[in-house]
Ligand binder design. Structure first.
Ligand code: NAD
Length: 352
């Protein structure tokens, strides 16, 4: 019954999770939406302030690495399904501190599945464990070709390896214990509320502050970009209509070399800040490459398009403008998250 649908969303105070939580809370008033988050440096309840009073929304502060606490919460609230986004998500941090990626991304996922199995006790009717993953599990592409759902996993960074391992565990729980699951692997997201260590918000912040724009290597790395709300809509669709024990790729059909993306962003920023054309571009500086850096990711999202009719709705330049507007209108948010420990992180990362 819809009325009794209790959905646990993990990582709902983070970037993508906050958009998913908002969409579910507003679109499904008959569901009870539980947002479980440990509020690490990347989690911020400000991201979902507008829905915190909604009658169908509950926040649970908990750490998915703590098996006991996760079991306790499943027992207490009897969640019927899980959308699992909580993770350590930043590749650069995984290079300096891989251990926490194993704890959160692998052990944390295991703890959730274990608690789900124990709570559901073999009754899997209307139950689902939906695991959110990344295209980085596939490794890197050459000049041509696309990642499909059958591309072999070949993760190159500790972050990608931890997500790949968690995907394998989800699949194995499906095969071994019959846990109903869906996995989706999505390309790079951008949009409001993204923590400013990631490329687009980092550069927006640096342009506002007139700071250098550190571009890795020769800037020719290629990524596919998707507006975060389009990802949230794909998650909604897969949650309700995806086939049990299936994997889906989600992407924007929108490949950009980093340097071209940065130049486009610079021109949008010049326009928004009423600066003379070309001013922001002067801030671009090339820095030493990240080790194990994947040359190109590109997603073939044909399956979700053909089976469920999903396609991205936001044109990149429009999405970028919306994103820039959001950061310019929310400089207090930006100021709060870039104070404190972020400053040390930035200093260590870019040695300014
Ligand atoms: P994020 O870093 O912005 O948010 C992660 C959230 O998880 C934060 O709110 C954080 O507090 C929470 N969290 C971290 N460790 C936790 C723990 N031990 N227990 C409970 N909560 C914890 O990440 P994001 O960019 O929103 O990514 C969300 C998910 O989507 C991740 O699983 C990521 O791998 C995946 N993904 C991200 C992208 C992208 O471009 N950002 C693309 C594809 C897939």
């Amino acid at each position: 019954k819809l009325e009794s649908k209790k959905v646990l969303i993990t990582g709902g105070a983070g970037f993508i999770g906050s958009h998913v939580v908002r969409l579910f809370v507003n679109k499904y008033p008959n569901y009870q939406i539980f947002n479980l988050d440990a509020l690490t440096y990347a989690g911020n309840l400000e991201n979902i302030k507008d829905i915190e009073e909604a009658p169908n929304y509950y926040f649970l502060k908990a750490d998915i690495t703590n098996a006991k606490s996760i079991k306790h919460l499943f027992k207490k609230y009897q969640f019927g399904s899980v959308i699992h986004l909580a993770a350590e998500s930043h590749v650069d941090r995984s290079i300096t501190n891989p251990g926490i990626f194993v704890d959160t991304n692998i052990t944390g996922t295991l703890n959730l599945m274990q608690a789900a199995l124990e709570t559901w006790q073999g009754d899997f009717k209307d139950k689902l464990f939906y695991h959110i993953s990344t295209d980085e599990v596939y490794g890197t592409l050459g000049e041509t070709g696309l990642f499909t759902e059958t591309t072999a996993y070949a993760p190159n960074s500790p972050y990608a390896a931890s997500k790949a391992a968690s995907d394998h565990f989800v699949r194995a729980y499906g095969e071994t214990y019959n846990l109903p699951y869906i996995i989706s692997n999505c390309s790079n997201n951008y949009g409001p509320n993204q923590f400013p260590e990631k490329l687009i918000p980092l550069f927006i912040h640096n342009i506002i502050k007139n700071r250098n724009l550190p571009v890795y290597g020769d800037g020719r790395y290629t990524r596919d970009w998707l507006y975060v709300l389009d990802h949230a809509k794909a998650i909604d669709l897969l949650f309700h209509k995806g086939i049990n024990k299936s994997t889906y790729n989600i992407g924007g059909f929108n490949e950009w070399q980093n340097i071209d993306l940065v130049k486009l962003l610079c021109s949008v920023m010049d326009e928004k800040l009423n600066r003379s054309e070309g001013k922001s571009e002067k801030l671009i500086t090339f820095i030493k490459d990240r080790p194990g850096h994947d040359k190109r990711y590109a997603i073939d999202a044909t399956k979700i398009n053909k089976e469920l009719g999903w396609k991205p709705s936001v044109i990149f330049k429009e999405g970028l403008k919306k994103t820039v507007d959001w950061y310019l209108n929310n400089q207090e948010w930006l100021g709060n998250v870039t104070s404190g420990s972020y400053k040390n992180y930035y200093k260590n990362q870019y040695a300014e």
